[in-house]
Design a protein around this ligand. Structure first.
Ligand SMILES: Nc1ncnc2c1ncn2[C@@H]1O[C@H](COP(=O)(O)OP(=O)(O)OP(=O)(O)O)[C@@H](O)[C@H]1O
Length: 695
């Protein structure tokens, strides 16, 4: 079973409850440590501080089915289903291994087959040796007679040991290769699918399952190899028994049926239990992830959430313990029945051997070999059965991976031969409509805007009015459901998406804090440039955006790691990071710059400098500015006012202030915040006329 999906153990004690029922404090933590790592968690039965299922809802409360996704699979999981799916399971693992390492696979199969043959030869040699040892005559003669066969037994043993070493080497080569093939495919698709796919919660949810399912590929191949190996060993043991006496083979099969039944039932019990608990397992996983995540650390402490979360986790973990006990009891019952019946059946096999010996039909030496062959055959069968069960389980996990990769491949934008204009003069959106997946309300409703080179255009409007969505459409990240986006008259729907993105420099609202050096954090704006122009090429972009002041204070300048979560990494303040994000977009040096709330975390001086820069860049580029700091859009050449997915007004600052409307209201409201007293004269003129609304 994949450990990453395994229910997690009870957490180590990280704090202890205070005696009067308060929350654990930092001061309490060492006391818990002193109790040792197995000290009881803060929660004990009867002192849970909240409703245990508060966080993710109750068992019967799963409207989206997100937590119970696998229950249907569980209903379909029967021995017959497993047998029916066996061929596709083996086919899949074969093709996976083939793709990862052809030569290794051929070598592994050959090694297994040869090893099986050697095992059969070894067993027959045992028969020869026993025949020599048990025959009539003086002991030295008998030993001499048995020597060649004994030598063969030893040689077979040595060869098998050598082959098993080769096999384990081959297996250790396989595992990482299969992991690589699966994970690289997942990452490739995840970074090439349309960004719109990530707005679909189902897609993102399935991606999480696929990430965990990717590891199932490696295990599936491992299980398939085990099944194959056991099959070869069973054939070897069966072949030897068939040679010794034809009656022994069906008897062996009979003797292993009860064990096989018990193994299959036990594994199925464990598997169905796992599936029925998948919801709790996901909850445990989420809780553990959040409780140890750096981003959540401050909030957990400042809201005093530790006890609350720990209670939830502990309850789930206890539930898991109880379930494991139930499964353990069930498995013990199956084993008891299976092994009792198998013992009787084995007694019958050995009884038959004795009868054959008594009747003089089988020599003693052959009977001795038969005992060994029976033992080997039974061992191989039990391995085959448990590997088959594991294989089926991993097949299901891997199924998550496969279905996601197929879906992701469908969502990769089609590549086209036509390119977007290299340095567009006019970008125009006509009647654009866009609705996010699984939402009822359109984010944009028939929007028309025009942006020109040499101008700074601003989008303003209240939260959720559609500004960022429209910016993403302009940047070619989203395709509108209706309407067109044209660059110099060329419809973006007909051009290669990468060519559009290549011409856009974006300062997104939420930028990425790459765990890399400061230099790379800027250079990711256009990675090819760093290689072509050298490490100092980032300096002008940093200087233009004030990122150079940030870098100057870092211990190793541009080479300082900004991966705070790792040793020696250096973290930046929000505003310092924002300067780096701006430098990244400037470094991209694209003809179309989109700045979406670029100054939210900047101090007043840095903000002013950034808007001056945006004005300068706007002289020979198309610049789109989205901001709630309305003082900064006063100088924009054109301002579009958005509201509920519509363009409700447009013009220059003076135009928009000359009439009542959203812009006038928002600007006035903000300007008032800078006036010292409520009685002070309004800093903005009252509008003279009724609003004229554009669409
Ligand atoms: N990924 C998404 N999935 C579903 N709905 C979304 C998504 N992103 C935005 N929306 C919705 O689309 C509408 C427009 O959002 P958008 O982000 O474009 O607004 P905005 O004007 O940029 O807001 P803000 O000023 O707060 O940044 C909102 O109603 C929002 O809830």
């Amino acid at each position: 079973m994949d450990n990453s999906r395994e229910p997690l153990d009870t957490p180590d004690a990280a704090g202890v409850p205070d005696p009067v029922g308060g929350l654990p404090t930092q001061r309490d933590a060492p006391a818990a440590e002193a109790d040792g790592i197995l000290a009881e968690t803060p929660t004990t039965a009867g002192e849970v501080s909240h409703d245990p299922l508060l966080i993710y809802g109750r068992e019967d409360d799963d409207p989206t089915g997100a937590w119970t996704k696998h229950n249907k699979t569980m209903e379909r999981t029967g021995v017959r289903t497993m047998a029916r799916r066996l061929p596709s399971l083996l086919r899949l693992s074969w093709s996976l291994a083939w793709e990862a390492d052809r030569a290794g696979l051929i070598a592994l199969v050959s090694v297994r087959v040869v090893s099986g043959l050697v095992e059969a030869v070894g067993l027959l040699a045992v028969a020869g040796a026993l025949t020599g040892l048990l025959r009539e005559g003086p002991t030295p003669d008998r030993v001499r007679a048995a020597l060649p066969a004994l030598a063969l037994v030893v040689a077979a043993g040595v060869v098998r040991t050598g082959l098993s070493l080769v096999e384990s080497l081959l297996r250790s080569r396989f595992g990482p290769r299969i992991d690589r093939v699966c994970v690289v495919r997942l990452l490739d698709l995840a970074t090439r699918t349309s960004v719109m796919a990530f707005d679909d919660p189902r897609f993102v949810d399935d991606l999480e399952a696929a990430e965990r399912g990717a590891a199932g590929g490696r295990q599936l191949v491992d299980n398939a190899v085990d099944v194959f190996t056991s099959a070869v060993r069973m054939v070897a043991a069966g072949g030897v028994l068939g040679v010794l006496h034809p009656l022994l083979l069906p008897l062996l099969v009979l003797s292993i049926v009860p064990d096989g039944w018990a193994t299959a039932r036990s594994a199925r019990l464990a598997y169905t239990s796992w599936l029925s608990r998948i919801r709790q397992i996901r909850r445990q996983y989420m809780l553990r992830y959040r409780m140890t995540d750096r981003d959540c650390a401050a909030e957990i402490r400042s809201f005093g959430l530790s006890r609350f979360l720990l209670d939830e986790y502990t309850l789930l973990a206890r539930d898991y313990e109880a379930e494991q006990l139930r499964v353990g009891r069930g498995q013990a019952r199956y084993r008891l029945i299976g092994e009792s019946v198998a013992g009787l059946a084995l007694g019958a096999v050995y009884g038959t051997l004795v009868l054959l010996l008594n009747a003089g039909v089988m020599p003693l030496a052959a009977a001795g070999t038969a005992v060994l062959a029976i033992r080997n055959g039974r061992g191989a069968l039990s391995t085959a059965l448990s590997s088959l069960n594991d294989a089926y389980e991993n097949f299901l996990y891997f199924g998550e991976y496969r279905s996601w990769t197929q879906e992701a491949a469908r969502r990769i934008p089609e590549s086209r031969s036509a390119s977007a204009p290299v340095n567009p003069t006019v970008i125009r959106v006509d009647g654009a409509t866009y609705t996010y997946p699984h939402t009822d309300t359109a984010a944009l409703r028939g929007v028309t805007v025009e942006l020109r080179r040499g101008q700074v255009v601003a989008f303003v409007g209240v939260n959720g009015s559609g500004k960022s969505t429209l910016a993403k459409i302009l940047a070619g990240l989203y395709l509108p459901d209706a309407g067109t986006v044209r660059w110099d008259g060329v419809d973006l729907a007909g051009v290669e998406p990468d060519s559009v993105r290549d011409r856009v420099g974006l300062i997104p609202q939420s930028y990425t804090r790459w765990p890399m050096s400061a230099r790379l954090n800027i250079a990711v704006g256009r990675v090819g440039r760093l290689a072509a122009e050298g490490p100092d090429s980032v300096i002008p972009a940093a200087a233009a955006t004030g990122a150079d002041e940030v870098v100057d204070k870092l211990p190793h300048g541009y080479d300082t790691s900004l991966a705070r979560q790792y040793n020696s990494g250096h973290d930046l303040s929000g505003g310092q990071w924002q300067r780096i994000a701006c430098a990244r977009a400037v470094y991209r040096d694209a003809p179309f710059l989109i700045a979406d709330e670029p100054s939210a975390a900047l101090d007043a001086r840095a903000e002013q400098a950034l808007f001056d820069l945006i004005q300068r860049l706007g002289r020979d580029r198309i610049v789109l500015l989205i901001t709630h700091r309305l003082a900064s859009v006063r100088t924009a050449d054109r301002i579009y006012v958005l509201d509920e997915g519509l363009v409700v007004d447009q013009g220059t600052h003076a135009d928009l202030m000359s009439r009542p409307g959203i812009y006038h209201d928002l600007f006035t409201l903000q300007a008032r915040q800078f006036v010292d007293t409520p009685d002070a004269p309004s800093p903005v003129p009252e509008p003279p006329a009724e609003p004229s609304r554009t669409h």
